[in-house]
Write a protein that binds this ligand. Sequence first.
Ligand code: PLP
Length: 392
Amino acid sequence: MNKDIMTRLVRLGEKIPQSTSIPKTVPIYMSSSFSFDDVETLEDIYNGESKGYVYSRISNPGQDVLKEVIVGVEEGQAAQVYSSGMAAISMSILAHVKSGDHIIAGNVLYGGSYQFLKDELNKFNIEVTFIDLKNENIEKYFKSNTKLVYMETISNPLMEVIEIKRISTICHEHNAKLIIDNTFATPVVCQPLKLGADVVVYSATKYLCGHSDVMAGVVISDKDTIDKISHTGCLYGPTLSPFDSWILTRSLRTLKLRVKQHCDNALKLAQYLEKHEKVKKVYYPGLASSEYNSLAKEMFNDNLFGGMLSVDLVGGEKAVWDLIRVLENIKFVPSLAGVATSLSYPVKTSHRAMNDEELKKAGISKGLLRISTGLENIDDIISEFEEALKRI
Ligand SMILES: Cc1ncc(COP(=O)(O)O)c(C=O)c1O
């Protein structure tokens, strides 16, 4: 190239090397935008006459590969991917409502979702009624402007299981959509679309990624709904980066293996803790003593009940603080679903936006410790709890 060094620096190495070999894994398309030989080619893509990429906020090959895996695993029609679980949740909700609409939501939810529904939607004049979906008669809360119901399959942090079929039937009788956060269950444990949900959302930051190194969110639904959510998402802009799309796709390859081990370990740990004198109550739907056990057996696959459990400790808040301090090898992390077992204290982390009255109403006590069971050998996890409980 007979040009100045500045020109050579910016123009060389721009073409993808031609090759007859096919890469074994899909490469990362680390490109914000795409180029075209002429305007007609770009027009054809915009008009849907040919398949192509324009700008990575709209779509990127790595996102499409990720969507293909997610749609196949969840057995839905279409998916969209975002830069966090909250982005997936907020885009899915905002795509369905306008000023003056009404939403019904479960009263035990991840704190961020609760805050978004309670405070953020208020700014748009969207009313949200929080109810106890297990015990209250949801029928009486529907209004002519109720557009959707929002809930979690396994609620954070009390591990309640709510009957999806019943809620979805009532929703559809009232022309409302059911959006379910399936983060704690994963598609290995439960597939809400098969039980009548219209939209499934995930914080993919958790089990779908599973290694505590990516922030991501995904939404699965029918094609028209995903088009609608994608349009909203494209305008707000919480796009998933090409690198994170790639690493999440790779992580999904081992989802079933990981989730099975998380679930097996959680059940054994719950059974152990249930008998411990310093534990008042264990919240885990896999326990025969859980009020959700028979429903969970009906709704969940392969007798799996998730990797998350919570415990109410004798000694309340002080016992939680002490246990966190003495469990030296088990980290205190305000997240979950990594390969290593970790602890969280909901009232000071995920649910810190709830005031005392809201926490009481939801049944979240100050002695509640949430455990994300990892993939370690279960005997090691149990003996560490045994030792630590002796010291508090
Ligand atoms: C059940 C649940 N849903 C959604 C979220 C939000 O996901 P993210 O942190 O990826 O935005 C979380 C985060 O902890 C969660 O636990």
